[in-house]
Design a protein around this ligand. Sequence first.
Ligand code: C5P
Length: 309
Amino acid sequence: MSETQRMVTVRVPAKINLLLAVGPRRPDGFHELSTVFCAVGLYDTVTASPATDLSVRLTGPESAGLPADARNLAWRAAVLLAEHVGIEPRVRLSIDKAIPVAAGLAGGSADAAATLLACARLWNLTVEPAARDALAAELGSDVSFALHGGCALGTGRGERLRPVPATAASSWVLAAASGGLSTPQVYAELDRQRAAGTGSPAVGGPEPVIAALGSGDPHLLADRLGNDLEPAALALAPYLGATLAAGRRLGALGGLVSGSGPTCAFLAPDGEAAERLAQGLLASGTCRFARAVVGGAARPKLTVRSNQS
Ligand code: C5P
């Protein structure tokens, strides 16, 4: 007898931080942030299918070396959601990875957010948005933003969000390095630099970036980008200096390390210029991956398919 099987797919974008102002380290080990998140058009896809237990399968160009067990944030997201409603986490998660790992693009957080959305639908749960946001925050500082996409101001450790309107989509190039950087190590390096008095001046508040996003003027936005973690990322991965210099030489309006790095994000005047910049960056040999993407408009997208089996 044939049975109808439902599969839920969530396509979820990467993020960059247009501004990342890092405050002091809190007693809980996290740093107080003021950050402007911007979702970009580079996507992972998470498919949740019915199963008798929990499993994770990873495919796609950026899946090499990733754990398919409880070390994977998507696995933990399924367990946390199931615990929240008092059921067993019975789901097969297939994750198609296009977002580079440990890159400052919140790829793992995106997979966790997609898993929360997909499992809630697969298991027919009604989870209030506030409860879902709380589960996301428990999983990681960037997971709450990944549930929403678009542009947002993040405060607290990054989990308290306020949507930020962007008048126009922006054109970016993401240039990823061969290796990854550990987020805790980058924050620890910033603390070390500050304690030693060798840190760079702080980047300031988010209002100028929010105003530039509202104006739709990429030149204005380029002047206002900033990341307090950049000097720490550069200290741990000095080769990023060459990537940033190449992007500027090749005509980027502005460029910065995304989040804790090592991906660099470059702002271009328009989509065609971004495509040319991506090609130039790849040819420069200063990165292994350069992709033109649109910023500000990307959001998670959920689809449900029914298969006869
Ligand atoms: O929340 P998430 O798991 O992404 O954080 C990873 C690490 O990054 C934390 O353990 C902490 O070392 C650092 N972090 C921080 N302050 C934040 C966010 C992250 O120090 N606001």
